[in-house]
Write a protein that binds this ligand. Sequence first.
Ligand code: TXA
Ligand code: MG
Length: 339
Amino acid sequence: TKRWDVTNNNDHSKLRIEEAARMLKAGQTVAFPTETVYGLGADATSEDAVAKIFQAKGRPQDNPLIAHVATKEQLQKLVQDIPSYVDKLIDTFSPGPITFVLPSNGACADNVTAGLSTVGVRIPDHPVAQELLKTCTIPIAAPSANLSGKPSPTTADHVWEDLQGKISGIVDGGPTGVGLESTVIDCSQSIPIILRPGGITKEQLELVVGHVMVDPALANEQEKPKAPGMKYTHYSPEVPLWVVSGTVDKLREIVEKERKRGKRVGVLASTETANILEVKPTMNLGSTIQEIATNLYDGLRKFKQSDVDLIICEAFPEQDIGQAVMNRLRKAATQYIEA
Ligand code: TXA
Ligand code: MG
């Protein structure tokens, strides 16, 4: 696995990105940074190249991939006619942390869409992803660059940890910003449906298109999710994770009780909570919900590798990107406790 450092954005970076683009065009797999998480890319028009992604990640074959492009013109080449409300959404939020599910025109290989009639398309807003996609000119299929079942990678080291030896290269553009995967929105019908909450919230979308629905499966575990990937327990660390909503005192009580039982407990919390709680080890995820989103996956990974038997994470307010944070935490949690 080759590794290119492009963090200081100089002439070398340009050459390195060109080399990565050549490998992608030659049908190889290359991981690269986006503003959300690192993606594992391959030529979206080549069935063979895309098959390498599934192989490297150990990804279930029925889970479709997102096709990444640099511009709206390139996006239009992958889908059927774009309804006017989608046009507005694209103009408002792309490039950015949002994926549009639209009727496919068949330009992407069948394994990108996992045989569905729709395709997920996204224009990432990260200078390295933009440069790479512009240099490639082909659409790049890219799921998050983690082993299936692990938290998505927010640094090149996370990708290395999971996929070293299994992929052709990694473009290291430093830590990603948003920290959680894009909002996935089904735009194949007259009213858009959020399939996966992310960087762009329902409220932001509604300001542009009025009514937006949410996949009922997001609120009710009994429903079958419309995004095949949402049915898997994602992002779960190997150590059990309890998510606790309630006061800091309740949180401390639970931590102490588990410690008395001999468990080594690691806590994930906001700066505010961490300061009141004063238990060790606590990983401080940051003071704003944006910071918490940025640091969450790194926190989960770090505790998984350290010597704890149980991770306890506080529940965060479901405002702004907090909706996406709590969606990921619920999916990762082995237990949700309302204390
Ligand atoms: O931020 C992101 O979206 C990152 C970066 C790399 O762009 N990518 C990412 O890809 O998170 P992945 O494969 O880990 O998640 C894609 C999600 C899955 O839940 C998948 O089921 C859903 O999008 N999806 C993709 N195409 C779809 C389609 N045609 N219909 C319904 N859901 C689809
Ligand atoms: Mg993923």
